[in-house]
Design a protein around this ligand. Structure first.
Ligand code: CUA
Length: 162
């Protein structure tokens, strides 16, 4: 059997590539274990053409579950967010559930780390606790059309439940 001949420098680069791969995968694993940072995993579909028939998205609003947690259903469409303004309490976990009636939009609460992409056909979901009462600007950060720049909403964080 003939032995494959690998150049010395090629060997170095092969090992370097292997070490980098282990490092990168290790970083993902480490942050997952130590900081609970995961890639997006929420997968839920909804028919964007039939949002009017959806109990949750036909009249999107802020609601309080029996256990006291707050859920906000939001529909984004050219070029607004519904509901607007959004009123939520401070110091309580708020779960945002977002979907789009038309194209891809963004949902970013400026000055916080609430930031998600809104994709028609899917429900984007994340939970965040706002600690500072006040008014926040909600911006669309995915280019969605001519009036993208004017697609702005308002989030009001109150000391108590509104
Ligand atoms: Cu919606 Cu940009």
């Amino acid at each position: 059997m003939e032995r494959m001949n690998v150049e010395f420098y090629e060997k170095i680069w092969m090992w370097a590539a292997a070490v980098l791969l282990v490092l990168f995968l290790g970083t993902i694993l480490m942050t997952a274990v130590s900081d609970a940072i995961y890639p997006p995993s929420h997968m839920e579909t909804v028919n964007p053409a039939a949002l009017g028939d959806s109990p949750e998205f036909s009249n999107p609003a802020v609601s309080v579950r029996p256990d006291g947690s707050v859920v906000v259903a939001i529909v984004a469409q050219l070029f607004s967010f519904n509901p607007n303004p959004i009123e939520v309490p401070a110091n309580r976990p708020v779960t945002f559930r977002l979907t789009s009636a038309d194209v891809i939009h963004g949902f970013e609460v400026v000055g916080t780390n609430a930031n998600a992409m809104i994709i028609p056909g899917y429900v984007s979901q994340f939970t965040i606790t706002f600690t500072k009462p006040g008014e926040y600007i909600v911006g669309c950060n995915e280019y969605c059309g001519l009036l993208h720049h004017s697609m702005v909403g308002k989030l009001i964080v109150r000391k108590e439940l509104p």
